[in-house]
Design a protein around this ligand. Structure first.
Ligand code: ATP
Ligand code: MG
Length: 260
């Protein structure tokens, strides 16, 4: 069951696992998704399960890109749908973005289940099922998108994307925002804006920045976009992992938080 005590030191990690398991049971997350989850967890552990300042900068840059876009699209796969369905709907509302289901292991049944799941969490329109567009350089199976969705987008958020697909999407000239806990993954390396953070934290953080930047003039959005340095962000995440975060600072300071 989901009865995880909130004061458990690994509360978030256990909650994440539970949501992914539930996603598999509901037929929205693939078994491959379980493996991806395990990889992500390992990197999150090494990052201290916190948003690095450099990731916060990336999240702000992502918000600026989405707001400045003509046609922003948020791509959703089985892990994202299981972990952050409401947060994706909120981000779409805050940035006037389309939501498109896009799967590495595409089956119509799973596409429909994910679309239903997103609608249950408040999504109005969900793209992805028309499947009349293509990303060049990928097999038919892997490269299918909606022509009026990702096919037409100028800015695409792809959380937890497969490396090959992230590279092919990058080649189209679209601005690609990737959320991936592994700073060495090809997906992160292919991104215009790599966000090295857990989707659980990253998606609400982007929304927070988007709300704060909602009335910003185009020059300010351009400034936020231009001042983000992707190489620096990747290097900062890698340095944080190498340096390690195995000290118990948070547990020994004695300060109780009320959990907000
Ligand atoms: P490459 O991009 O180099 O091909 P890969 O094949 O190892 O890398 P994928 O199979 O594309 O990786 O997908 C899993 C990726 O998603 C991993 O890099 C993992 O760290 C990341 N990931 C898994 N869960 C999360 C999460 N909750 N938040 C952010 N990233 C996650
Ligand atoms: Mg990858």
């Amino acid at each position: 069951g989901a009865d995880i005590p909130e004061d458990h030191p690994r509360y978030e990690s256990l909650l994440t696992r539970h949501r992914i398991e539930a996603g598999v049971d509901k037929g929205i997350t693939s078994r491959q998704g379980l493996i991806a989850q395990g990889r992500g967890e390992a990197f999150d552990y090494l990052l201290g399960e916190e948003t690095l300042p450099s990731a916060g900068d990336a999240e702000r840059a992502a918000a600026a890109h989405l707001l400045a876009a003509d046609h922003p699209v948020l791509s959703v796969n089985g892990n994202v749908a299981a972990l952050v369905p409401e947060a994706i709907v909120d981000l779409a509302a805050a940035t006037e973005a389309d939501i498109e289901v896009n799967l590495f292991n595409r089956t119509t049944e799973r596409m429909e289940r994910i679309a239903d799941h997103l609608r249950e969490h408040g999504a109005e329109a969900v793209k992805g099922l028309t499947a009349d567009g293509r990303i060049p350089g990928l097999s038919h199976e892997r490269g299918t998108v909606d022509a009026d969705g990702i096919g037409d987008a100028d800015v695409v958020l792809v959380p937890l994307e497969d490396g090959d697909r992230a590279e092919a999407l990058g080649e189209t000239g679209k601005t690609e925002i990737v959320i991936d806990l592994n700073p060495g993954s090809r997906s992160a390396r292919a991104a215009t804006v790599p966000i090295i953070d857990n989707v659980l934290r990253a998606v609400p953080n982007i929304t927070h920045h988007a709300r704060r930047l909602a009335d910003a003039p185009p020059e300010e959005l351009a400034y936020v976009i231009d001042s983000f340095d992707r190489e620096e962000a990747l290097a900062a995440a890698e340095a944080a992992i190498r340096q390690g975060s195995f000290t118990d600072e948070d547990e020994t300071d004695g300060a109780e938080t009320d959990g907000g």
